[in-house]
Design a protein around this ligand. Sequence first.
Ligand code: ADP
Ligand code: MG
Length: 258
Amino acid sequence: MPMIKTVDVCKSFHTKMAHHPLQVLKNVSLTVEQAEVVCIIGPSGAGKSTYLRALNRLEPIDSGKIFIEDKLLFDCANGVNTVKISAYEMNISLLEVGMVFQTFNLFPHRTVLENVTLAPVHVRKMNEEAARAKAKELLDRVGLADKIDAWPSQLSGGQQQRVAIARALAMEPKIMLFDEPTSALDPELVGEVLSVMKSLARAGMTMLVVTHEMGFAREAASTVVFMYEGSILESGPPEKIFSAPENPRTRQFLQSVL
Ligand code: ADP
Ligand code: MG
């Protein structure tokens, strides 16, 4: 079953500074099947973050369709969604999607454990005891069992990002979106976060990952997508994209990063 499907998603930004709207997403069509790991690569400004944010309703789209778990949530034209769906149903579907950002944004005045239990208790209405048990299990899974009572400021960037992953997982999403989860990290801390992501992938999580870590994409992705100036120019299995890219832009990009 497709867990994420978009059809012809378009998005422009209108700014006072520019005379013309900036078209950031141009007919982006992509399908992520269950348990698939899709990595989006491409230069800065390609629209990768905007696309992930659109999937999570953080960014409204102008036109196109968005399906989550095969359910049509958005069918937009001129910025108006024509799908008749209750706010409740919409929220239920969006809770299936977890997101991890480049900056971890942990709550600074909450312990690691509290950071992971807050949303399940307040949004999912999980009881505190169950939420704590679940959080401990997840923090153990990301290798931070000994840090549950620490403050975020006492953790390295890599540890904070692993807490952020545990926090997203605590909501029991069926899909995880990652937006350059390692690019704010010191190089020596990148590996620990990627290894948590790889184990998540092995456990069957459906993942859509924007990354500049080509080694990770090569190893973990089922499909690599190259995005450039708002369009998907090429996609395919990693062996194909990294060894025999067809589009000259893809070749150029890979030459610059590899
Ligand atoms: P990427 O993640 O691939 O680097 P983004 O999706 O962040 O690209 O941005 C794509 C383009 O949209 C960039 O040119 C960026 O400057 C522009 N952009 C992003 N967010 C906004 C915004 N809120 N208002 C205006 N322009 C934006
Ligand atoms: Mg980005």
